[in-house]
Design a protein around this ligand. Structure first.
Ligand SMILES: Nc1ncnc2c1ncn2[C@@H]1O[C@H](COP(=O)(O)OP(=O)(O)O)[C@@H](O)[C@H]1O
Ligand SMILES: [Mg+2]
Length: 313
């Protein structure tokens, strides 16, 4: 049995933050963060090191008070209802800080007890979670023997001990090898499919690209808002198409008045959804154009990041 059966009831807008700010002395770590994180999907929080991601996540999880602004998590205000927020949130910090001498199962059982889950239940839940993150064979081994990727998975399991509706993962892919990253992506997608809200931060765009449904960009303590989201959505509509005979491809498109941009040897076409893309591919083949490459024009997040930087210049 896995923990899947215990998925919590979904809340549509799991996190809402408005005008949130926090300084440390003269350092304005977060200046103006406004965001919404829906349940049932994975949202990225992307920005360079030092832009305020960790500080923002600490405030969302109720571990740090904002100086100004409002936060609602699973319908509760972390400043006035910290206990309810803590119960609703699973927090995976960027540093595991594991209790190295405890076994993986002890780590999870103790964490469960910290959430006032009875020991026997916490232990059972710990076993379920270890199964789920593929660490069951390490249940009775000390956390210090785990590799980095395994420690990240233990940390993820620890964040899930109390079956939270909202998951905040701070740079979870940091330092993972490609295989571990793919496993992490699979797990994160599963959590979202169960109706949980997942907010996952990174300073490396490529880490998150295939893991997330939506992205919030952050720069110098500020979230960049709807413009960036619209850019991501727009970037997702771009397809790169290559034909054996590029001139024949362009001629077919021009002849049928289909808009395109030339891009090196190929062309960029836009499709609102996969259905339209499939129809266009069928049509091109019917026109006798010999297509050898047809797919998304590249990382939507990366294209957006680049477009944002271009705007700033
Ligand atoms: N406890 C703290 N005391 C002083 N400065 C801090 C503290 N936490 C973070 N900062 C500063 O706030 C800024 C944002 O940090 P952080 O939220 O960790 O960014 P990120 O997670 O995006 O790398 C940085 O300039 C950092 O040095
Ligand atoms: Mg950080």
């Amino acid at each position: 049995m896995t923990a899947t059966a215990q998925a919590p009831a979904p809340v549509r807008e799991a996190i809402v933050a408005n005008g949130v700010a926090r300084s440390f002395g003269s350092v304005r770590a977060v200046q103006d963060a406004t965001l919404t994180v829906p349940a049932g999907s994975v949202t990225a929080l992307i920005g360079p090191n030092g832009c305020g991601k960790t500080t923002l996540m600490l405030m969302l999880s109720g571990l740090l008070r904002p100086d100004t602004g409002t936060i609602t998590v699973a319908g509760h205000n972390p400043s006035t209802d910290a206990a309810a927020v803590r119960a609703a949130i699973g927090w995976m910090p960027d540093q595991l800080g594991s209790w190295d001498n405890l076994t993986c199962l002890q780590t999870l059982t103790l964490m469960g007890e910290a959430y006032r889950i009875p020991r026997a239940t916490a232990r059972e839940r710990g076993l379920d979670l270890l199964e789920r993150v593929h660490l069951i064979e390490f249940a009775n081994r000390p956390a210090r023997v785990l590799s980095r990727g395994q420690k990240q998975r233990l940390s993820l399991a620890r964040a899930l001990v109390h079956d939270p509706q909202v998951l905040l993962l701070d740079e979870p892919a940091n330092g993972l090898d490609p295989r571990s990253r793919i496993e992490l992506r699979t797990l994160v997608r599963e959590f979202a499919a169960e109706g949980r809200a997942v907010l996952v931060s990174s300073h490396v765009l490529a880490e998150l690209d295939e893991m997330v449904d939506d992205a919030i960009f952050m720069s110098q303590g500020r979230t960049l808002g709807d413009d960036a989201a619209a850019m991501v959505a727009d970037a997702k509509t771009r397809y790169l198409v290559h034909a054996l005979d590029p001139a024949a491809l362009q001629a077919a498109l021009t002849g049928a008045d289909v808009p395109f941009e030339a891009a090196g040897e190929g062309v960029i076409m836009r499709f609102v959804d996969e259905q339209r893309a499939a129809e266009a591919l069928t049509w091109l083949v019917q026109q006798g154009v010999r297509i050898h490459r047809f797919g998304p024009a590249g990382s939507a997040l990366e294209q957006t990041y680049m477009a944002m930087n271009e705007e700033r210049r």
